[in-house]
Every structure is written in C-alpha cells, then in structure tokens.
Design a protein around this ligand. Structure first.
Ligand SMILES: [Zn+2]
Length: 446
C-alpha cells in the first residue's frame, strides 16, 4: 500500500514538474536551426575522377526526368492527404519498386493531417558500415498548384538519381525519400526524423532537393542552404563541381539555412542536412505556390545540370570512407532529462508557435555518453559547453568508457543555464579529429 502511495506521489510530482517546465519553456524563443552534427573531419581529398560516375552522368538525359516530371504534374494539385496526393505517392512507390529498391510507405499523423512518406533504400555493400545518406524531396503541393517546380523538380531529380544509382553498388546505404505534409508544416519529414532518431539510425548526410527547376537569364546558379555545422557538405559539393566540370555546369551559392524546409527537421534532431534550391524562387515569373507552377516554366537544361550534380555528389558520398566518427548518445534529442535519472520523450509540437522540435531539456546534473567508431587508437575525448569556454579542462577521457558527468553544483557555480551547445571532440593518436554537438536547454526552476 505504502509503495502504491509513494508511486502515485512520484507520478503527481513529475506531472507538476513537467507543467512547470512547459510553462517556463514557452517563454523562450528556441532557435530553429542552430543544431548538432555528425561531422566527419577525415574528408577524402580530391582523388582521381571516377569512371563509374562519368558513366552515371551520361545516363542523365532529358526524356528520363521529363517523363517523371510530366507524370507528376498530370496528377494535378496534391494537397497533403488528398486523392491526387495519394495517386502521386503510389506512382513514386511503383517507380522505386521497378528500380528494384526496397520500398515502403511510412504512415504518419500530425494534428489534423495524416498521410505517408515514400521511403526507398539502396542497401550499402560494406557490412561494417551503418552510415546512411539521404536524398529527399516533397511530393505534396499547395492547394490548386500542380507543383511542377515546387517540388516536381526535386521529385524528378531524385527519381532520376535513384534510377541510375540503383544500377550500381555503393559502400554505404543510400535512402531516397519523397515526403508529404511539407506545405502544411513539414510534418512528414518531422515524423520520419523522429522515428529514425528513435531507431538510432546513423544518418550522416541529407541532401534535400526543393525547387530546382528555374533559372534567371539561363545562368545555372544553385543555392545550397547550410549551417556552420553543414559547411562540409557545401565544400564537398563544390569539390564535385570542380572535379566533374566537363560534365556539370553549375555555380554553387552557399547561403544560410533560412527557410525551415524539410532539411530543418533533420537539423533539429542532430543530423547534418542541407537544401538545394534555385535563387529568387519568389519572383512572380516562377509562380511560387500558384496554379501557374506548370511544366512550361521549367528550364530543363538547369534541371539536368542540378540532377547531375546531385547524382555525382550522392554517389561519391556513398563510397566515401568514414575513418572516425563520434556521436552523442546521451542526453537524447527531443527528451526531458531529470536529475540524471529520468528521461521523458517530448511530443515536439510547435507550442504556441515556438519551434521546440528535437530540443533537449535538462534539469539538474547530467551524464554525457558518446559512441565512437574508428579503427584507430583513440587519444582524447573532450566534452565541451559552448566550445569549451564554460567547462574548462575538467571534462576529458583518455580511455573507455567514454562518458562524463556534469554535476548540478558545477553548473550552478558556473552560472550555466538556458540554451547552450554541448559538443564532444575526439582525437586519435595519428591526429585525426571528429566532432558532434547538440543544443541543450538547462532548466533552472528553483
Ligand atoms: Zn517546396
């Protein structure tokens, strides 16, 4: 009996605490894309041009992606969950199937919307790699628009890349995803990422392709929307342009990640993601979110070059060697951690319009645990808050287990509360380094 009462008391106090915490967090604006990473610092520097990739690039031709785009546009407007949207999803599913890819519908439900993402996997051949590289686009449109550019262009590019890559083998797994629920609040990608994170998927890099069908004055300029943490993807893509310049004509324009499109869902859960997007997409001649977003507006030469760039980039990434990787496995993204003892999964809805997806809240002291994969000898693991300025030299390991405990007292003494970046850095005896980071919100209630 006493046990029951004690149990009930704990539950009631936890609920009260949760309410207090929610009341507190609603006051703060949480930045939406200043998040974590799985950056691998051991980039392969320019080696020779890959003959297989040149052959793949030669397979990108207009009839192939024109056919995907035309079929997609002919379904009409595809508002999340409507009949046309369902048919378009089925079409994409069948195309993936024809390519021999492993494909499934990922059903999701969010507030008043429910629909499905189409997820296809090209399994990697290296049994020692659990790395996943993702190419994605969205297949829903705003009401009334056939969505040739937004995002038929991305869907056509992704299907073309999948079709060609499915005829080859790669070390790492590549996943092709068509999201729905984008235009109503990026719900499809958010639901997918939440699931992937819960299943501990090692997603190394996400290339989101959204609106890549138009150019101004026939200049093939393409934006890459990136964060500091995903700068490495931008640099890698630029290297691909230089390496295959005989075949790819693109001027890459790196800009800050500002739109909050589907790549943001991944960034908020700690995965490295970028978006490829045409410049000036809001210009009236591009019929953004308008019934005029039809196939007649598409510049096919531009779309072909974008498709080639993303194909070569994905193919090179999928064979890239990953010699050293570090991942934070505790605290968990999107959870509330209490006194280093309890963790509660948060729903991650937009509370009063404040984006709290993937945010990690911590009350009291906490442990940081990491997972490191490498064949080399690990030298030191560093645990940092705000790039080391807050924690000093107190938190390092030179041997396993690679974890540390940051006590409540320590946090109090250093006046550390509110929003901070937690990062971990590993060095090997040969001088390689890798890093991971996440945003944490340290709650101070009393
Ligand atoms: Zn879009």
């Amino acid at each position: 009996m006493k046990k029951k009462i004690a149990g009930a008391l704990i539950i009631v106090s936890l609920l009260i605490l949760l309410m207090l915490i929610l009341a507190e967090i609603s006051v703060f604006e949480v930045p939406s894309n200043n998040k974590p990473l799985n950056n691998n610092d051991s980039n392969d520097k320019k080696e020779g041009i890959n003959v297989d990739i040149i052959n793949m690039l030669k397979m990108v031709d207009e009839p192939l992606f024109f056919n995907y785009l035309e079929t997609f546009v002919n379904f009409g407007h595809k508002y999340t969950g409507n009949e046309n949207c369902k048919k378009a999803g089925e079409y994409i599913f069948n195309e993936f199937k024809k390519m021999g890819l492993d494909v499934y519908f990922h059903n999701w439900r969010f507030i008043r919307f429910k629909d499905r993402n189409v997820v296809a996997t090209l399994e990697g051949t290296d049994p020692n790699s659990d790395a996943i590289f993702i190419v994605c686009a969205h297949y829903d449109t705003v009401g009334g628009s056939p969505g040739a550019n937004d995002d038929g262009s991305g869907i056509a590019a992704m299907l073309t890349i999948a079709k060609i890559m499915s005829q080859y083998q790669f070390n790492h797994t590549v996943r092709f995803i068509a999201f729905s629920g984008h235009e109503v609040g990026t719900y499809g990608s958010f639901a997918y990422v939440k699931k992937a994170y819960a299943e501990n998927e090692n997603i190394v890099c996400v290339l989101n392709v959204d609106m890549v069908g138009n150019t101004l004055e026939n200049v093939n300029k393409l934006q890459i929307h990136k964060t500091d943490r995903t700068e490495w993807i931008s640099q890698f893509t630029q290297e691909i342009i230089e390496k295959y310049k005989e075949y790819i004509e693109i001027i890459l324009e790196p800009i800050p990640c500002i739109t909050g499109a589907d790549e943001t869902s991944f960034l908020l859960y700690g995965y490295d993601a970028v978006m490829f997007h045409q410049p000036h997409s809001w210009y009236p001649e591009f019929y953004n979110h308008n019934p005029g977003d039809d196939i007649s507006t598409i510049s096919f030469d531009f779309l072909e070059n974008v498709t080639k760039l993303l194909l070569a980039t994905t193919a090179e990434l999928a064979n890239k060697s990953i010699e050293l990787q570090i991942r934070i496995i505790s605290p968990l993204e999107g959870h509330l951690h209490l006194f280093d003892r309890f963790k509660i999964k948060l729903p991650g809805f937009n509370l009063y319009g404040k984006k709290i997806r993937g945010m990690t809240y911590i009350r009291g002291g906490f442990s940081v645990k990491v997972d490191i994969s490498t064949n080399e000898e690990i030298d030191v693991v560093y645990y940092l808050i705000d790039d080391g300025l807050r924690l000093g030299t107190d938190f390092v390991n030179s041997k396993p287990p690679y974890e540390t405990k940051i006590s409540r007292l320590f946090l109090l003494k250093r006046h550390i509360k509110g929003l901070h970046t937690l990062s971990v850095v590993v060095t090997t005896t040969t001088g390689k380094t890798a890093r991971d980071e996440m945003d944490i919100f340290l709650l101070s209630l009393f």
